[in-house]
Design a protein around this ligand. Structure first.
Ligand SMILES: Nc1ncnc2c1ncn2[C@@H]1O[C@H](COP(=O)(O)OP(=O)(O)O)[C@@H](O)[C@H]1O
Ligand SMILES: C=C(OP(=O)(O)O)C(=O)O
Ligand SMILES: [K+]
Ligand SMILES: [Mg+2]
Length: 545
């Protein structure tokens, strides 16, 4: 059975495509026992599918496959091949490298391991490089894992570099103008208020401070200072969003072919546009996506233009919570997630999701509620930071994200709890508008007809993102012909990306993918599927033969 609706654009009106040729399945029938590594040869009869997704699909069935994607920050706890593999098995879709920490050599080795994992074990883990940015932070504590400040203690914050061992109660600050900028009487906050000091005296490059709220300070913790109840940010506004060290890291990221570059402390859309042209001029395929981190007051002011210019955004609650009152972070998160959805950009909710799991094997009830809320908001992805980078239980933390996601997504579908979100038109051309209409109609049909899966054939990934944006009840199988597009689609809600070569002939594409997926036990005869593509603007409803 096959029903199709066609929407002709001016271009395909003049050259209508031959449609509905006779199906021929056997040609495409793959070997059952091809190990993932061998299916990576880009011959036309192979399909690349994430080994973990395949297992999840078979275990949970179509409908209960996880829709929310997972990003893990890689650090000392997870940089080894086996630890990376454990995260990949646990469902990590994107590995994040935070350039605040470690050397380029260290990051290069991690990238190589992730690549090897993908090649040898059939994963499609994407890589995100996150810039350091030029905000003020402490030094690395000379190798110590933390420093404890007690009430009333006097500590020295200084721009001087110290010889090791680090003098007692002394903290190095990365920013040369620090001692000039602070004033006696300012309040100095470490990591958004985890530890607080009053500035009591300035002696040349040294700033003496009295601890007013004791606590643990971690290496390279963020520093902000407050005067008369407001954040002092004049100087920060003058620092470049992308520092000279960041540009070197970006060159490194381009050379390594990372999939995403996340930019810290974005203030306006200009820097995003600049970086995008920089990347386009330097990387041949220019398929590195740029993610804007929303973590400053300025980024909140220019939210829409920043998100519009970017390929995605991150709600970076760590620094955001240091710049705006904590009680405003949840509404900012809700707003950022909503704008991203409306502008069709993937959004990551980050920082402290399962903070207690850095030390403990189970999360707090409040953390589970926080993760649930992000899933309920239908964010594209959740991110682990310290939990996976340096925590005791990275795999357990990932398992919590996974199980909470699957549970909340199911609850949402069963209870139909979604408020219908108004999705404004995002495209600029008539053809784009048609694609949007096709995707929203296909998603609606999929919900109303209770289909098993949406199939989308997409060269650039755009059509897949439009379907994802509708957050349909069924999973979306996204077929694309390049590895890089497939890895990038990994960040988007509900997409199960496959790499497969296909032609302009939809009927043969469908037959080919049906038989490839049937052979792997991922679909079966009789399953109801709705298919769309960006080559032929049509919606087809069909049972798998
Ligand atoms: N590449 C790395 N090398 C060493 N430690 C790291 C690395 N990446 C992350 N970490 C550790 O994990 C913690 C949490 O990571 P993240 O949230 O990305 O950084 P930050 O705390 O600087 O915002 C860091 O504070 C640091 O202790
Ligand atoms: C993710 C964040 O950025 P970073 O870890 O680089 O400070 C954050 O501030 O929440
Ligand atoms: K960073
Ligand atoms: Mg940050």
């Amino acid at each position: 059975m096959s029903n199709s609706l066609h929407f002709f654009t001016p271009s395909n009106l003049t050259a209508p495509k031959q449609y509905l040729p006779k199906p021929s399945y056997n040609r495409w029938f793959p070997e059952y026992d091809t190990p993932p590594s061998q299916s990576f040869l880009s011959d036309s009869s192979s399909i690349d599918v994430d080994a973990v997704t395949e297992v999840e699909l078979k275990e949970n069935g179509f409908r209960s496959t996880r829709r929310t994607k997972m990003v893990c920050t890689i650090g000392p706890a997870t940089c080894g091949f086996e630890e990376l593999e454990a995260l990949a098995v646990g469902g990590m879709n994107v590995a994040r490298l935070n350039m605040c920490h470690g050397t380029r050599e260290w990051h290069k080795r991690v990238i190589e391991r992730v690549r090897r994992l993908n090649e040898e074990k059939g994963f499609a883990v994407a890589i995100m490089m996150d810039t350091e940015g030029s905000e003020i932070h402490m030094g690395d504590l000379g190798g110590a894992s933390s420093a404890k400040a007690e009430d009333d203690e006097i500590w020295t914050f200084s721009v001087r570099a110290f010889d090791l061992p680090r003098p007692e109660r002394t903290i190095n600050v990365n920013y040369d103008g620090f001692a000039e900028d602070v004033k006696v009487g300012d309040e100095l906050l470490v990591d958004g208020g985890m530890v607080r000091f009053d500035v009591i005296e300035k002696i040349g490059p040294d700033v003496k401070c009295r601890c007013t709220d004791p606590g643990l300070m971690l290496p390279r913790a963020n520093l902000t200072f407050w005067r008369d109840g407001s954040l002092v940010r004049e100087r920060n506004a003058m620092l470049p969003t992308i520092s000279s060290k960041d540009w070197l890291d970006i060159d490194f990221g381009i050379a390594e072919g990372v999939d995403f570059i996340a930019i810290s402390f974005v203030k306006s859309s200009e820097v995003i546009n600049h970086l995008k042209s920089y990347i386009a001029a330097r990387s041949r395929d220019s398929d590195i996506a740029v993610i804007a981190k929303i973590e400053s007051i300025d980024s909140l002011k220019n939210l829409e233009e920043i998100i519009q210019a970017s390929d995605g955004a991150m709600v970076a609650r760590g620094d955001l919570g240091a710049q705006i009152p904590l009680e405003q972070v949840p509404s900012a998160q809700q707003k950022i997630v909503q704008i991203c959805r409306q502008l069709n950009k993937p959004v990551i909710v980050a920082s402290q999701l399962l903070e207690s799991m850095i030390e403990y094997p189970t999360p707090t009830r409040a953390e589970v509620a926080d993760v649930s809320e992000a899933v309920r908001q239908r964010a594209d992805a959740l991110m682990l930071s310290g939990e996976s980078a340096m925590g005791q239980y990275p795999d357990k933390a990932l398992a919590v994200l996974r199980s909470v996601s699957v549970r909340i997504e199911k609850w949402w579908r069963e209870e139909k709890r979604y408020e219908a979100m108004e999705l404004p038109a995002v495209g600029s051309s008539f053809s784009d508008s048609i694609s949007e209409e096709i995707c929203s109609s296909a998603a609606k049909m999929a919900n109303n007809l209770g289909v098993d899966a949406l199939f989308v054939y997409t060269k650039t990934g755009y059509m897949a993102s439009l379907l994802s944006r509708c957050r349909p009840d069924c999973p979306i199988f996204a077929f694309t012909s390049t590895k890089s597009v497939r890895r990038r689609l990994n960040l988007q809600w509900g997409l199960i990306p496959f790499r497969v070569s296909f032609s302009d002939d939809m009927e043969s594409n469908l037959n080919k993918t049906f038989s490839l997926l049937k052979a792997r036990g991922m679909i079966k005869s009789g399953d109801l599927v709705i298919a769309v593509s960006d080559m032929l603007q049509s919606i087809q409803v069909m049972n798998v033969p």
